[in-house]
Design a protein around this ligand. Structure first.
Ligand SMILES: [Zn+2]
Length: 107
């Protein structure tokens, strides 16, 4: 068993174990994609492939249900990873400030 399959197995288990789990169909997920105009919720891009992001992460007890999933591009989904929206925003702000500081105070 690879590390990746272990992580996927854990995620699969989390999907069903977290409170609030509600099964939904692929057609319902397609309805979400159509409603979002096949765009990433976070950056508004229209990539070739969209991923299903759990807004409130599974790893932090978020439910696997239609109201907690949203389309995301691979870049945003990987950047957000297991963060809440607040944690992700704070990390992006910290990164931007660090970049600005290094630009302003470069030798
Ligand atoms: Zn995106």
């Amino acid at each position: 068993m690879t590390r990746k399959s272990l992580v996927q197995g854990k995620r699969r288990a989390l999907k069903y174990d977290n409170p609030g789990y509600e099964a939904f169909t692929y057609e319902q997920w397609l309805d979400v994609l159509v409603a979002c105009d096949f765009r990433c919720t976070y950056c508004n891009s229209q990539p070739h492939r969209l991923q299903m992001d759990h807004v409130f992460p599974l790893a932090k007890g978020g439910p696997h249900c239609l109201s907690n999933v949203t389309p995301a591009c691979a870049r945003c989904n990987q950047s957000k990873h297991d963060s809440t929206l607040e944690e992700w925003e704070a990390r992006k702000v910290r990164r931007a400030l660090k970049k600005r500081r290094s630009y302003l105070f470069a030798d």
